[in-house]
Design a protein around this ligand. Structure first.
Ligand code: HEM
Length: 239
């Protein structure tokens, strides 16, 4: 058996695959957050950013393909890992009782699934802009901003303000972000463990760093629906 086949048939190999893809996805989550936080710099800044992404197809398509590949590999490794672990479990199912580790992995599966469904909803909401699921009765595709040179660009600012003015949508996003943060916090800690770093003296520091990253991501993302829904940020865009 060559090294690649051995890795694909071992739980360690699957853990590495989950760690690498999870790390890449976490990188996207941080980059996307930084992009989105530009909403607080005003309509012009966020609309320019949205327009830049949409008009650079040679940037956006490779990124989309890489993201999709990472999501598929991450889920595939999770399924394969749980199958390998089940096959290797020494006690029979009758005697099996949940441990702290299995509790963490079950919450990972649940939070991962919910985050996955959130991403599907989110893509339909803001990327494909399906009117029926935004619960505002408005068509985001028609939101465009005229520019001084006579051209137009998509009004991402108005889309976000209109989108998060709906309490059901905003609360759904906030819950999904909490689960994403939980998933990331456990996932990063598991990644440090798989890499063998947790044996070292700085294990506690690494766990703290994983939690800090998750809290930063949670606060950063929820600040947007909270500012719009509760503090009426950007409400002038709806007039
Ligand atoms: C409050 C939270 C979020 C806001 C306000 C937000 C905002 C947006 C917006 C406005 C777009 C469309 C960009 C455009 O086409 O102009 C978008 C796309 C996207 N978002 Fe989010 N996002 C949030 C959270 C997330 C999270 C947590 C994830 C992943 C876990 C995510 C993943 C994506 C992806 C994959 C796209 C599609 C990018 C593309 O291919 O065009 N977003 N987001």
């Amino acid at each position: 058996m060559n090294i690649a086949t051995r890795l694909f048939n071992s739980s360690l190999g699957m853990k590495y695959l989950m760690s690498i893809t999870g790390f890449g996805l976490a990188g996207f989550v941080i980059a996307h957050l930084i992009g989105n936080l530009q909403i607080f710099l005003g309509k012009d800044v966020i609309n320019r950013y949205g327009h830049f992404l949409q008009s650079n197809l040679e940037l956006i398509w490779p990124a989309r393909i890489a993201l999709l590949a990472m999501v598929i590999l991450h889920i595939w490794a999770a399924i394969r890992l749980s199958a390998l672990n089940r096959a290797a479990r020494p006690v029979s199912y009758k005697k099996w009782s949940p441990t702290a580790a299995s509790y963490a992995s079950r919450t990972m599966l649940m939070s991962g699934l919910i985050v996955f469904f959130f991403i599907i909803y989110h893509l339909l909401h803001f990327t494909v802009q399906v009117e029926a699921i935004n619960l505002t009765g408005q068509n985001f595709v028609t939101f465009s901003e005229p520019l001084p040179d006579g051209s137009t660009r998509h009004d991402v600012f108005r889309m976000m303000v209109a989108g998060f003015s709906n309490p059901i949508v905003s609360i759904f996003y906030i819950i999904a972000m909490a689960l994403l943060a939980l998933h990331l916090s456990h996932g990063l800690q598991a990644m440090f463990f798989s890499l063998g770093w947790k044996k070292r003296s700085y294990a506690g520091l690494l766990d703290g760093a994983a939690k800090a990253v998750a809290i930063f991501i949670f606060i950063g993302y929820v600040s947007i629906p909270i500012a719009i829904l509760f503090f009426k940020y950007g409400k002038e865009a709806l007039n």
